[in-house]
Design a protein. Structure first.
Length: 207
């Protein structure tokens, strides 16, 4: 187990206060009225992911058995465009990155206790703009975030993310394997019906 984080990794503890966290949860609730959470599946095997998902932005990340990982402009169940970014998220992107273009997708992942949801080690490589950082917001129950190197396996560094924390993966960290090894369910009452909400902003196309 390593305590060294890769270059380009940044952690902003409690970046959002309690009122701002509630504002973000309300934005998610409003978004799911037109873009409800849906089940996603691994390519080829069709194994369901343990998180439920939806998106903000002009593009949304989806995956299924037949077409695999990709970005689409519409919700796979409703066929409607994704809800627009909340201003608080685009303000965050501007504040913590120096990227010369706005994010195009914000994944909304819901980790639920009944699913014992986690996120395996992976690298985000479905975007053209791999030079753009990934910006992540944690809401609700805490989670153990772990990040390793550019190859799968080996030592990882970990940090317990609390509600309101922000993480940025830029530079070398953008190409490193990372995931959520544990969610500390029941420690927060922020998320309706419990669990953890993770908001992950990405730039998809090259500006």
């Amino acid at each position: 187990m390593s305590t060294d984080f890769p270059q380009g990794f940044a952690h902003y503890p409690l970046y959002f206060d309690t009122a701002q966290q509630s504002e973000l949860i309300e934005a998610v609730k409003t978004a799911t009225e037109t873009a409800p959470f849906f089940q996603t599946y691994m390519p080829r095997t069709g194994t369901p992911l343990s998180v439920a998902m939806t998106n903000f932005g002009p593009l949304g990340w989806v995956t299924d058995k037949d077409k695999g990982y990709r970005y689409e402009p519409v919700h796979p169940r409703t066929g409607k465009p994704w809800p627009a970014f909340p201003q608080v998220l685009t303000d965050l992107w501007t504040a913590v990155t120096d990227y010369p273009a706005q994010p195009e997708a914000c994944l909304v992942n819901w980790y639920r206790e009944e699913k014992n949801a986690k996120m395996g080690q992976h690298v985000d490589f479905d975007e053209e703009a791999t030079d753009a950082p990934v910006v992540s917001v944690s809401l609700g129950d805490p989670a153990m975030f772990r990040i390793g190197g550019p190859k799968r396996g080996g030592a990882t560094a970990g940090v317990k993310l609390l509600s309101g924390d922000v993480v940025v993966l830029g530079g070398e960290a953008r190409q490193c394997y990372h995931g959520v090894s544990k969610v500390y369910y029941g420690e927060s009452a922020l998320v309706p019906n419990g669990g953890r909400i993770n908001l992950t902003m990405r730039r998809v196309t090259l500006p």
